[in-house]
Design a protein around this ligand. Structure first.
Ligand code: NDP
Ligand code: 2IT
Length: 450
C-alpha cells in the first residue's frame, strides 16, 4: 500500500494515490490538483521530470509532527489542543511558512498550506523550503494571559523541530505580532539562543521593517503589474476586500495609496459596504478595532452608518476583487457573480480562497485571475529578508525593504507571464505553477532520491 508507484503521470492517478493514503484530506487534494493540472501537461513535454519518483516525492511531506498542547485557562482548568508542523520540502532551503491558530486547523489544512508554500517560496527567488504549522486553538475571546500560556506550551514542543537554518515559522491566521512575541520569548528561554528561528518579530527584537505590511502591499504591487499589462491602473477602481486582518488591512492601505476606492471589508460575521470608500482615517479605525480592541467589523457599520450584511461580499459590483480571509471563501455562485459583474482582476491575498468549481468558472472567463502562491508571496519574501538580516546582524531601512518587495513582486509577475503565455494572454495560474515547479524540481533532481 505504501510503496505505490505512479504508473502513468496523470492528475487523477496522483489524486487517487493521495486518497488511498490519506482519505478525506480534501483541502490537501484540492491544492495538489491545482498545481498538477499545470505541471502534468508540462512534464509530458519535458521528460527529464518524468522519472526519479519526482511527483511521488513532491506530494509526500519530508516530515510531519503532531503534538499535544495542554494549557491552563483563566479559571485554572486544563485545556488541550492539537499542534502541527508539516515540513514539506527542503529542496530550496530551510522549511519556511507560517503558523495558523484557528478552530478549522487539521492535518489536511496544514498540508495544503505547506504544499502551497513550497511553490510560493520558490517564486520569491529566495533560498526557502516549504512548511506550515498551527493549531486548532481558537484565539477569539481568549485573554492575553491565556494566549501567552497557549503560545508557551505550543513552543515547548515545537522548539525541538525549528531553528534559523532548519525550519523558520512565522504568522498566519490568528498569529500576529503578539503571538510571535510570546512564541519567540519561549523559544529563546528553551534554547538560550537569540537567533532568527521565527520571522514577523517586533522591530525592537530583530523583526524586519515592513514585514507587517508586506503581504498586503505585495498583493497590490502585483495587481498594479496585472493592470499595467492591460494598459490599466488601480487608480479610480472600486475594490472589494474580504477579511479585516493583517493581509486585508495592508492591502486596503496600499490600494488607497494607489488611488483605488475600497468599498468593502469583512470578517467571519459578515461584511460592511461603504460606498464612499474606506479612507486612511477609517482604516486607522479598523486597525485599532481589530488589532487592539479585537472587535468585530460590524462596529465599523455602526460608527460610519453604513450597511452591514451577513455572508460573503462577492455579489458587490467592483473592478478588483481581493479575497484576503481564508480558503474556499469564493464558491461557484460567488465566482459567477464576480464574472457577471465584469470584475477586471481577482487576485488572492488568502491561500486557496477559490473552490475548485469557482476556479474553473474564473479561468474560463475574462477575469484576470492571479493565484495566491504568486500574489501573496510578499509576506514570506520579506520574512526571507528578515532571516538574512538576522544572520548578518543588520537592519535594513523600510524604504530599502519596500523597494526589494516591489522588485520581487514584479519578478514574480514576469515569471507568470513567461511561463503562462497562451493564445488568450497570460494564464497566471499556469505560469506561477510551472515557474515554481521547475526550480523545485531541478533542485530535487540535483540532490538525488532524498
Ligand atoms: P488574520 O488572522 O490577521 O485575519 C484573518 C481574517 O480573515 C479575519 O478578518 C478573519 O475574520 C477572516 N477569516 C478567517 N477565517 C474565516 C472564515 N472561516 N470565514 C470568514 N472569514 C474568516 O490573518 P491574515 O490576514 O494573516 O491571513 C489572511 C489570509 O492570508 C489567510 O488565508 C492566510 O493564509 C493568508 N496569508 C497571510 C500571510 C501573512 O503574512 N499574514 C501571507 C500570505 C497569505 P474573524 O476575525 O471573524 O475570524
Ligand atoms: O502563507 C504565507 O505565506 C504566510 N503565512 C507567511 C509565511 C512566512 O513565513 O512569512
Amino acid at each position: 500500500m505504501t510503496d505505490i508507484a505512479i504508473k502513468s503521470i496523470e492528475v487523477d492517478e496522483i489524486l487517487n494515490l493521495i486518497e488511498k493514503r490519506d482519505p478525506g484530506q480534501e483541502e490537501f487534494k484540492q491544492a495538489v490538483k491545482e498545481v498538477m493540472e499545470s505541471v502534468v501537461p508540462f512534464i509530458k513535454n519535458h521528460k527529464k521530470y518524468e522519472n526519479s519518483g519526482l511527483l511521488q516525492r513532491l506530494i509526500e511531506p519530508e516530515r510531519a509532527v503532531i503534538f499535544r498542547v495542554p494549557w491552563l485557562d483563566d479559571q485554572g482548568s486544563t485545556r488541550v489542543n492539537r499542534g502541527f508542523r508539516v515540513q514539506f520540502n527542503s529542496a530550496l532551503g530551510p522549511y519556511k511558512g507560517g503558523l495558523r491558530f484557528h478552530p478549522s486547523v487539521n492535518l489536511s489544512v496544514v498540508k495544503f498550506l505547506a504544499f502551497e508554500q513550497i511553490f510560493k517560496n520558490s517564486l520569491t527567488g529566495l533560498p526557502l523550503g516549504g512548511g506550515k504549522g498551527g493549531s486548532d486553538f481558537n484565539p477569539r475571546g481568549k485573554s492575553d494571559g491565556e494566549i501567552m500560556r497557549f503560545c508557551q506550551s505550543f513552543m515547548n514542543e515545537l522548539y525541538r523541530f525549528i531553528s534559523s537554518d532548519k525550519d523558520v515559522p512565522a504568522g498566519d491566521i490568528g498569529v500576529g505580532e503578539r503571538e510571535i512575541g510570546y512564541l519567540f520569548g519561549q523559544y529563546k528561554r528553551l534554547t538560550s539562543e537569540f537567533e532568527g528561528a521565527i520571522t514577523g518579530k517586533g522591530i525592537a527584537y530583530g523583526g524586519s521593517k515592513m514585514r507587517t505590511q508586506a503581504t498586503g502591499y505585495g498583493l497590490l504591487y502585483f495587481v498594479d503589474e496585472v493592470m499595467k499589462s492591460r494598459s490599466e491602473s488601480v487608480e479610480g477602481k472600486s475594490i472589494v476586500i474580504s477579511g479585516s486582518g493583517n493581509v486585508a488591512q495592508y492591502a486596503c492601505e496600499k490600494a488607497v495609496q494607489l488611488g483605488g476606492k475600497v468599498v468593502c471589508m469583512s470578517d467571519s460575521d459578515g461584511y460592511i459596504y461603504d460606498e464612499s470608500g474606506i479612507d486612511e482615517e477609517k482604516l486607522e479605525f479598523i486597525k485599532e478595532l481589530k488589532n487592539v480592541q479585537r472587535g468585530r467589523i460590524k462596529e465599523y457599520a455602526e460608527k460610519y452608518n453604513v450597511p452591514f450584511s451577513e455572508g460573503t461580499p462577492w455579489e458587490i459590483p467592483c473592478d478588483i476583487a481581493l479575497p484576503c480571509a481564508t480558503q474556499n471563501e469564493i464558491d461557484q455562485n460567488s465566482a459567477e457573480a464576480i464574472v457577471d459583474n465584469g470584475v477586471i482582476c481577482l487576485a488572492e491575498g488568502a491561500n486557496m480562497p477559490c473552490t475548485d468549481g469557482a476556479l474553473e468558472i474564473l479561468q474560463n472567463s475574462n477575469v484576470l485571475y492571479a493565484p495566491g502562491k504568486a500574489t501573496n508571496a510578499g509576506g514570506v519574501a520579506v520574512s526571507g529578508l528578515e532571516m538574512s538580516q538576522n544572520s548578518k546582524g543588520i537592519s535594513l531601512e523600510a524604504e530599502e525593504v519596500d523597494r526589494k518587495l516591489r522588485e520581487i513582486m514584479k519578478t514574480i509577475h514576469d515569471k507568470c507571464t513567461e511561463y503562462g503565455e497562451t493564445d488568450n494572454g497570460t494564464d497566471y495560474l499556469k505560469g506561477a505553477n510551472i515557474a515554481a515547479f521547475i526550480k523545485v524540481a531541478d533542485a530535487m533532481l540535483a540532490q538525488g532520491a532524498v
